[in-house]
Ligand binder design. Sequence first.
Ligand code: HEM
Length: 139
Amino acid sequence: MTETAPALHEAHPEITEESIARLVRTFYGRAREDDLIGPIFNDAVADWDHHLSQISDFWSSMLLRTGRYDGRPMRPHLRLPLTPAHFDRWLALFEPTAREIFSADVAEAFILRARRIADGFEIGIATTRGEIARPRHSV
Ligand code: HEM
């Protein structure tokens, strides 16, 4: 982090629909090939074009405040056989990808949100299984 970096509550010039699409394409290309999480994606996603554009809309809404995504992101994850190890792997793939595509401060903005959401999903999943979980990645 540098002191002169622009605050990310304002639009950052590096964050565009195009750069978000590149992040999403690159990350899901890697996730699909991954030995642990690849099979879950490949079993569950029927229409990859639709998934990638939905995920791009999701990040666009998060970081550009475009409102392009207004879904319920938790829902599909509750039906998947996900464990904490899957979320660890998801983040282990996402974080270097974000750092390759964006400068350090922008990458951290994506990573911070991804960690919070991963924790939210983990906690939601645990709750539906009658378990108690605490955030592991965002505290
Ligand atoms: C191992 C971890 C994860 C797996 C295996 C996974 C898998 C999936 C699958 C299979 C879907 C449904 C796709 C479809 O039916 O087309 C989905 C949807 C989605 N995922 Fe994940 N996901 C994971 C983690 C995450 C994380 C950490 C985020 C956010 C940072 C995320 C964001 C989303 C969003 C926004 C949707 C679309 C939900 C909707 O509106 O239907 N996922 N994910």
